[in-house]
Ligand binder design. Structure first.
Ligand code: SAM
Ligand code: SF4
Length: 445
């Protein structure tokens, strides 16, 4: 039987950082309603699965999770499915998984309290609207932060319609949040203890808005304004689209010291033929040209990317061109995926779908090359002195984990430091996925 009057909750976010951000905002909303955070999923009266629809595997995971949700006493918690699966599948979710009480899309989660009231009275509660009133206008303001690193969604939705991607359908049209709201939220995050802010958007570098003087600004302008918040030490942004990579944003990397030398710029494929079929509207060469410009102003920039292997029609030659662009671009880390046909997208019905075994083989070859580059990048930082922001406890006694400006994880042992400290270290060792460092000194607060 479903929990009659949920007092505590557990939110599980899948997928991208934007979902992590939404999960945090939902948690703040529920706390604002007088609920508390449950110790674990099994203790929770309300479980929110904040879902991802980007690949089929992610969707399957949601349904298998729903099936396994039980409280310690064997009863079923109130279950809410939020995020992109909720948006894409709507009522179908309650049909496939009758134990689900609430289905709420990514633009409607500010209505969770009302939907819970409906669910309490035994009704199925569904809201997948893309309302005219933005959720951001009604969510409680940001408070004390659990971590020194915070996410701030500045832009949502996408109008690019890459032929493989569900985002334009699940997250809606591209919108930029207003300048003043973002400055206020960033200040509140810093007042709440954040020392690093990552600006988020499906195409974060497409953000535009008018500043307080009415001047039109791009993401570079917003970054320069955030640079003036004194308690804020580091700024990052992701994910960027090559077509929205302006000269001004590139220039900001050479001028704004708080802007970290890290760029997540997905290319997806190195073959112009495939890029065209993907509707990416950039070429392999135009992507490399952006990197050249970026490395002129910020030679140490660490590059990250996303890749899809096995897009319909991808030939051996196309795949070789993907390996070639990886060699030319040189990544410090990257995400790579097998193409997953998404219902309703143009690519799902294209001829020449690639066999799963061939996709596996290509993915393995691509990942071997990307891993090699990541390890080489890590090795090359050994002996360097740099600052790290301590983010969490490590597994060993006195161990802390921090991030370099290039977004590498570093382990240090120091009983005298705490989470949130920005410290100078020397990198002493590198592994494929993380580094070891030794403290030099604590940087001025
Ligand atoms: N807007 C960003 C861009 O265009 O680079 C990416 C956003 S998307 C949420 C994150 C990544 O998921 C994409 O860069 C792409 O590599 C991957 N992706 C999206 N749709 C996919 C699909 N149908 N199959 C496999 N990977 C997919
Ligand atoms: Fe999806 Fe393409 Fe939009 Fe990125 S740019 S969110 S991959 S449609």
């Amino acid at each position: 039987m479903t929990q009659a009057d949920p007092k505590n909750f557990h939110i599980k976010s899948f997928g991208c950082q934007m979902n992590v951000y939404d999960g945090e905002r939902m948690a703040e909303l529920l706390v604002d309603q007088g609920m508390s955070v449950a110790v674990s999923g099994e203790d929770a009266d309300l479980v929110v699965l904040n879902t991802c629809h980007i690949r089929e595997k992610a969707v399957d995971k949601v349904y298998s999770d729903i099936g396994r949700l039980r409280r310690k006493d064997g009863s079923s918690p109130m279950i809410a499915v939020a995020g992109c699966v909720a948006q894409a599948e709507g009522q179908e979710i309650s049909r496939r998984a009758p134990s689900v009480d609430i289905v709420v899309g990514p633009q409607a989660y500010h209505r969770l309290p009302e939907l819970m009231e409906l669910a309490k009275s035994g009704k199925k509660a569904l809201d997948t609207d893309m309302p005219a009133v933005s959720k951001f206008d009604v969510l409680p303001s940001r408070g004390k932060q659990a971590r020194p690193t915070a996410f701030l969604t500045v832009q949502e939705g996408c109008d690019k319609f890459c032929t493989y991607c569900v985002v334009p359908y699940t997250r809606g049209a591209e919108i930029s949040r207003p300048w003043a709201d973002l400055i206020d939220e960033a200040k509140a995050l810093v007042d709440g203890g954040a020392r690093e802010i990552t600006l988020l958007g499906q195409n974060v570098n497409a953000w535009t808005g008018d500043d307080e003087k009415g001047n039109h600004q791009g993401l570079d302008g917003l970054i320069r304004a955030l640079d003036r918040i004194s308690g804020l030490k580091r700024i990052r942004y992701m994910t960027s689209h090559p077509n929205d990579m302006t000269e001004r944003l590139i220039a900001a990397h050479g001028e704004v010291a708080k802007l970290m030398p890290f760029l997540h710029l997905p290319v997806q494929s190195g073959s112009d033929r495939i890029l065209k079929a993907m509707n990416r509207s950039h070429s392999a060469q135009s992507y490399l040209d952006i990197l050249e410009q970026m490395r002129k102003v910020r030679p140490d920039i660490a590059l990250s990317g996303d890749f899809i292997v096995g897009f319909p029609g991808e030939s051996d030659q196309d795949f070789e061109e993907t390996l070639q662009i990886v060699r030319d671009a040189n990544y410090s880390q990257a995400f790579s995926f097998k193409y997953s046909p998404r219902p309703g997208t143009p690519a799902a019905t294209m001829a020449e779908q690639i066999a799963p075994e061939l996709m596996d083989e290509r993915l393995q070859r691509l990942q071997a090359l990307l891993n090699e580059q990541q390890y080489a990048f890590n090795l090359q930082t050994v002996g360097r002195t740099t600052d790290i922001l301590l983010e969490r406890q490590g597994k060993l006694e006195g161990q802390l984990l921090g991030k370099t400006p290039w977004l590498q994880s570093v382990h240090i042992i120091s009983p005298n430091l705490k989470i949130g400290d920005l410290v100078e270290i020397e990198i002493t060792q590198a592994g494929p996925n993380s580094l070891t460092g030794q403290i030099k000194e604590r940087l001025a607060a």
